[in-house]
Design a protein around this ligand. Structure first.
Ligand code: NDP
Ligand code: 8X3
Length: 254
């Protein structure tokens, strides 16, 4: 797949940056967005020989900024073929009764509202052109609960169900919607979750072979390169070193 215009949120690291590399190598035009401009500039410099790249410093929590970013795109980037709603984060792993409420707000604003805003401002053009593809990055955490997953898992459950509901609204158009649900993958994700504590972040992956950002980017590439009549609805993937546990049971002390 080449010659497409692809809008990626959260392109400054992890899955988003890996998607940028893969889609640039294939010869696509990219709009790369994230809050941090320096990694975007670096990526632009690296990828520019293969692809036309437009970068925008963008906080997806800011509705007006998202609208301004989409409406202010240079002419050659306006026809967005693929939106990758990837920007997101987990903050903390505390139980619900001890959690920092600001962290919950940040996750809701980024993982839910950011996806809503980008979708709402980019989707009308896709419907008008009767073509396009939205790829939403959810998580296994949206389907499978774990201690401390509380609001992070809730936001990803939103992403999964929102993706399905979009398909219902878009039935009769040629606009596709896919939801990817990765399990544990080694990126900056845990460093962000543990607020810069590198040791805690490293412990998450210690002794395992986690998914990589490139694994997810390859998955997004596969999903988006299916024939136009094929819509991959939901795709869950995990490292071979991860699986489900049994139900947790609280036993009375004798
Ligand atoms: P990273 O922390 O490496 O990347 C997250 C990206 O999101 C960064 O580019 C960051 O950019 C961006 N981002 C965060 N907040 C905002 C914001 N308010 N506005 C714009 N961009 C923002 O993690 P991953 O690559 O692993 O995560 C990508 C997505 O994948 C997330 O949605 C995450 O929840 C999901 N996921 C991750 C898994 C994992 O185990 N790693 C597994 C399943 C899903 P910047 O800080 O520059 O704004
Ligand atoms: C990231 C995967 O298991 O840390 O979404 O929640 S997990």
């Amino acid at each position: 797949m080449s010659g497409k215009t692809i809008f990626i949120t959260g392109a400054s690291s992890g899955f988003g940056a890996a998607c940028a590399s893969i889609f640039a190598a294939d010869g696509n035009r990219l709009v790369l967005t994230a809050r941090r401009i320096d990694p975007l500039l670096k990526l632009q410099k690296e990828l520019a020989p293969h692809a036309d790249i437009h970068i925008i410093p963008l906080d997806v929590r800011d509705r007006e900024a998202v609208q301004g970013a989409v409406e202010g795109l240079p002419e050659r980037f306006r026809t967005i073929d693929i939106l990758i709603n990837n920007a997101g984060l987990a903050l903390g792993l505390e139980p619900a009764h001890q959690v920092n409420l600001d962290d919950w707000d940040t996750m809701v604003d980024t993982n839910i509202k950011g996806v809503m805003y980008c979708t709402r401002f980019i989707l009308p053009g896709m419907v008008e052109r009767n073509r396009g593809h939205i790829v939403n990055i959810s998580s296994t955490a949206g389907a499978w609960p774990y201690p401390g997953g509380n609001v992070y898992g809730g936001t990803k459950a939103f992403v999964t169900q929102f993706s399905r509901n979009l398909r219902c609204d878009l039935l009769g158009t040629r606009v596709r919607v896919s939801c990817i649900q990765p399990g544990m993958a080694e990126t900056e994700f845990s460093k962000v979750r543990f607020k810069g504590d590198d040791d805690k972040a490293a412990d998450v992956y210690q002794g395992t072979e986690p998914l990589t950002a490139e694994d997810i980017a390859e998955t997004v590439r596969w999903v988006t390169s299916q024939p136009p009549h094929v819509n991959v609805n939901t795709l869950e993937l995990m490292s071979i070193d991860q699986a489900w546990g049994p139900f947790a049971i609280n036993r009375q002390q004798k």
